[in-house]
Design a binder for this molecule. Structure first.
Ligand SMILES: [Zn+2]
Length: 306
């Protein structure tokens, strides 16, 4: 996959996921009826900016991952590994804490209060989110690579260094310009819509947002209702068919001559091809002159209906 395709996948999924989390957070916030737009903007914009920074980081990482080729590392190995992703998720917050502690020391020694008061606390607060964003970037890059053939048959070694097993499905070509463009366009469209709804939460109060969202909630409710009705009806049909099957099986078990000329020890044939095969055999073994006309007989007689 080209960087364009990866960027589309990562931006689309990361934006939709982040927007969902932000919406949930805003829904839980209690608001006073008198809350002004300025107050809401001041309350909500820091977390929105963090979300944007996290998505941007994930997009950047998703693009960097394929530089393994230029670095002389095995393609789709070290940088595409789940072990690397998980390792970074754990180590980045720890490294962040160390950096913040060092900045505190430097701040005291060189008398630069700005570092201690603003930079170090900000690193401490956001290191964990930064680690998660990096891991998401690698994970979403891998998600884009899974359906592709890879370049020169190179494998996607998600379990590197434990195993070199390829997780590439080989469904589409990773170098297809149309596919890359499509993923990019769809991803960017999803990202734009997601962030537009987040912007809506800055502009409108919770009550107003509920009213704006109502038509969408109604349609979603109706679709859900239709699905549940269809599901329960389908379950009923399946249960009825099962009951019918049980009855038929029981009859087949108790009746020794359910249909046709089944002899002793012969089971009821429930498969059309088996029936034809047995019919052919019985005709071939027949000593009568039917042998000469057996194809005619075979074609004229219709098999039992199943
Ligand atoms: Zn890749």
């Amino acid at each position: 996959m080209y960087r364009q395709g990866h960027l589309g996948v990562t931006l689309g999924i990361a934006s939709a996921g982040t927007a969902y989390l932000l919406h949930r957070r805003f829904d839980q916030q209690k608001q006073r009826k008198t809350e002004t737009f300025e107050k809401r903007l001041a309350n909500r914009s820091p977390v929105v900016l963090k979300g944007i920074a996290a998505v941007a980081t994930a997009g950047l990482v998703s693009g960097i991952v394929d530089y393994d080729l230029s670095l002389g590392l095995g393609h789709r190995t070290v940088t595409h590994s789940l072990a690397t992703a998980e390792g970074l998720r754990h180590s980045v917050p720890r490294i962040g804490k160390r950096v913040a502690d060092t900045l505190d020391t430097i701040s005291k020694q060189w008398n630069i209060p700005f570092l201690r008061e603003y930079v170090a606390p900000s690193i401490r607060e956001n290191a964990s989110l930064f680690g998660t964003a990096i891991t998401s970037g690698i994970g979403l890059h891998g998600l884009g690579d899974i359906p592709t053939h890879g370049v020169g048959g190179s494998a996607l070694q998600l379990l590197w260094p434990i195993s070199s097993h390829s997780f590439t499905l080989g469904l589409v070509s990773s170098v297809s310009p149309q596919l890359n463009l499509l993923l990019y366009q769809v991803g960017v469209a999803v990202a734009v819509v997601s962030w537009a709804t987040v912007l809506g939460r800055l502009i409108f109060s919770n009550d107003d947002w509920q009213k704006i969202r109502q038509p969408v909630t109604d349609i979603a409710g109706r679709v859900k209702g239709t699905f549940s009705i269809a599901k329960s009806e389908l379950t009923e049909i399946i249960e009825a068919l099962r009951a019918q099957k049980d009855v038929l099986m029981q009859r087949a078990g108790t009746n020794t001559r359910p249909r046709g000329n089944l002899g002793k020890g012969q089971a009821l044939i429930t498969d059309k091809s088996k029936w034809r095969h047995r019919k052919r055999q019985s005709l071939a073994n027949a000593p009568s002159p039917a042998n000469g006309r057996r194809d005619m007989i075979l074609n004229r007689e219709s098999p039992p209906h199943f």
